[in-house]
Design a protein around this ligand. Structure first.
Ligand code: SF4
Length: 68
């Protein structure tokens, strides 16, 4: 999978970091940053959960291969 973020849209709610701290982080101003653009498929469920919980839909999840 490939994860994308939209820092302009992000309001710094931090839900993504709570859901998947191995993939998402926040900068000094609380704006989302990516630790992993291509996370291990094993964390796919929590990444999708993070995207679903983001209140401003600033997280995109793209499946780029089988099981990925
Ligand atoms: S959940 Fe959405 S708004 Fe909140 S920090 Fe993450 S990307 Fe930004």
């Amino acid at each position: 999978m490939r994860v994308t973020i939209d820092p302009v849209r992000c309001i710094g709610a931090g839900q993504c970091v709570l859901s998947a701290p191995e993939v998402f982080d926040q900068d000094d101003e609380g704006v989302v940053t990516l630790r992993e653009e291509r996370p291990d498929p094993a964390v796919g469920d929590v990444v999708r959960e993070a995207a679903a919980r983001c209140p401003v839909e600033a997280i995109g999840v793209e499946t780029i291969g089988r099981g990925d």
